[in-house]
Design a protein around this ligand. Structure first.
Ligand code: NAD
Ligand code: TDX
Length: 338
C-alpha cells in the first residue's frame, strides 16, 4: 500500500483526481491535505469520503509544523501537489497569497519530502509557465519559461525550486505542465463554468478584449489519467507536458455554450481586457505520448456537452457557491471592467 499525500484535493482537479483514483483501486491510501480556501469544497468528495483508504486533514501547506506532523503521522512516501491559488484574475487583484501558497507552500512540502525520504514528488504545474505564443508553434518541454502573470510566475518559481531539489538533493521530483482543464466541479470563476452559469441565469457573458485569445482545452479526467501515469512511470527530474491538442478561441466557446443552452448572442458583452492577457497557449504532448503511452480520450465537442449537462444537473452545487463570498469577488472584478 502506498501512502499518498494529495494536497489541494478539495479543489477542482484534485477532487476529480481523488474520486477517480479511489474508484480505480483500493490498494493505495490517499491523505488529502487542504486548507479549504474559497476554492476548496468537501462536497466535491462525497463519493470518496466514506472509503476506508481516504483521509482528510484540514491544513495549510505553508505551515511546516503541521505538514511535518502529517508526514510523520501517515508515513508519507509519495506526494502529489495540486494545492495552489489557481486563478490569474485573482493574482492580478492581489498577488501576495499566490507567492505564499504556490512558492512558500511548495518549499515547505519539498523540505518535508527530503526529511522523510519521499520516493516520488509530483508537482502539478501549468503550460502558463511558458508565457504566450503567436499564431503558430507549440510549447515543448524545452521551451524556455517566460511567465507573464503573478499566478504563472509563482508556478514557475515552484517548478524551478522543485527541479533544484532534484539536482541538489536527489529528491525524486517530476513535473507535469498541463493546458486549460474543464469538466465537473470547476469553480465558477473560470471561463467555462462562469459562462455556463451566467447563461443559465440570463446574465451577461463577459468576454475579455476581442475574444480571440486561444486556449488549448483538456477534459479533467484526461489530465488526471496523465498525472497518474507520470506518478507511476515518469522519470524523475523530468517535465511532462499534458494537452489534448484542442485549441479554441474564447469567443467560439462562449457561442458554443449559448447554442447548447438555446440562448441568443445578445448575452455576450465585450469587456475591458485582462492586463497582460496571454494571447495563445498550445501544447506539444508528444513526450508523454511517446514515452509513457498516454493519449487523451475525450474530444472537446463531446466533453463540453457532458460538462454543460453536469452544471445543469448540479444547480445546488453552484448556487451555494455563487450566493456567498463569490458575489463580492464578482462585483470587484467585473464592476471595474464594464
Ligand atoms: P482550485 O483553485 O480549484 O483548487 C485549489 C485547491 O487548493 C483548493 O481546494 C484549495 O482549498 C487548496 N489550497 C489553496 N491554498 C492552499 C494551502 N495554502 N494549503 C492547502 N491547500 C490549499 O485549482 P485547480 O484548478 O484544481 O488546480 C489544481 C492545480 O492544477 C494547481 O496547482 C494549478 O496551478 C494546476 N493547473 C490547473 C489548471 C486548470 O486549468 N485549472 C491547468 C493546469 C494546471
Ligand atoms: O470572464 C472571463 N472572460 C474571459 O474572456 C474569464 C474568467 C476568462 N476569460 C478568458 C481569459 C482567458 O483567455 O478566458 C480564457 C480562460 O480564462 P481562465 O478560465 O481564467 O483560465 P486561464 O487564465 O487560461 O488559466 C487557466 O488555465 C491554466 C487556469 O485558471 C490556470 O489555473 C491554469 O494554470
Amino acid at each position: 500500500m502506498k501512502n499518498i499525500l494529495v494536497t489541494g484535493g478539495a479543489g477542482f482537479i484534485g477532487s476529480n483526481y481523488i474520486n477517480f483514483i479511489l474508484n480505480e483501486r483500493e490498494d493505495d491510501r490517499i491523505i488529502n491535505l487542504d486548507k479549504l480556501t474559497y476554492a476548496g469544497n468537501l462536497e466535491n468528495l462525497k463519493d470518496s469520503e466514506n472509503k476506508p483508504n481516504y483521509i482528510f486533514e484540514k491544513g495549510d501547506i505553508t505551515n511546516s509544523e503541521f505538514v511535518n506532523y502529517v508526514f510523520r503521522k501517515y508515513e508519507i512516501k509519495y506526494v502529489i501537489n495540486f494545492a495552489a491559488e489557481s486563478h490569474v484574475d485573482r493574482s492580478i487583484l492581489g498577488s501576495e497569497i499566490f507567492f505564499r501558497t504556490n512558492v512558500i507552500g511548495t518549499n515547505v512540502l519539498l523540505e518535508a519530502a527530503r526529511r522523510y525520504t519521499v520516493e516520488k514528488f509530483l508537482q502539478v504545474s501549468t503550460d502558463e509557465v511558458y508565457g504566450s505564443l503567436g499564431p503558430t508553434g507549440l510549447f515543448t518541454e524545452s521551451t524556455p519559461v517566460a511567465p507573464n502573470s503573478p499566478y504563472s510566475s509563482s508556478k514557475t518559481s515552484a517548478d524551478l525550486m522543485a527541479l533544484s531539489f532534484y539536482h541538489t538533493f536527489g529528491l525524486p521530483v517530476v513535473i507535469t505542465r498541463c493546458s486549460n482543464n474543464y469538466g465537473p466541479l470547476q469553480f465558477p470563476e473560470k471561463l467555462i463554468p462562469l459562462m455556463i452559469i451566467n447563461c443559465l441565469n440570463n446574465k451577461k457573458l463577459p468576454v475579455y478584449g476581442d475574444g480571440l485569445n486561444v486556449r488549448d482545452w483538456i477534459y479533467v479526467i484526461d489530465h488526471n489519467k496523465a498525472i497518474d501515469l507520470v506518478f507511476e512511470k515518469g522519470r524523475v527530474g523530468e517535465v511532462y507536458n499534458i494537452g489534448a491538442s484542442q485549441e479554441m478561441k474564447n469567443i467560439d466557446i462562449v457561442k458554443l455554450i449559448l447554442k447548447h443552452l438555446g440562448k441568443g448572442e445578445e448575452l455576450i458583452e465585450y469587456v475591458k481586457d485582462r492586463p497582460g492577457h496571454d494571447r495563445r497557449y498550445a501544447i506539444d504532448s508528444s513526450k508523454i505520448q511517446n514515452e509513457l503511452g498516454w493519449k487523451p480520450s475525450f474530444r472537446f465537442e463531446e466533453a463540453i456537452g457532458k460538462t454543460i449537462d453536469w452544471y445543469l444537473d448540479n444547480k445546488n452545487w453552484w448556487q451555494r457557491i455563487i450566493s456567498g463570498e463569490y458575489q463580492k469577488y464578482y462585483e470587484t472584478l467585473y464592476g471595474n471592467r464594464i
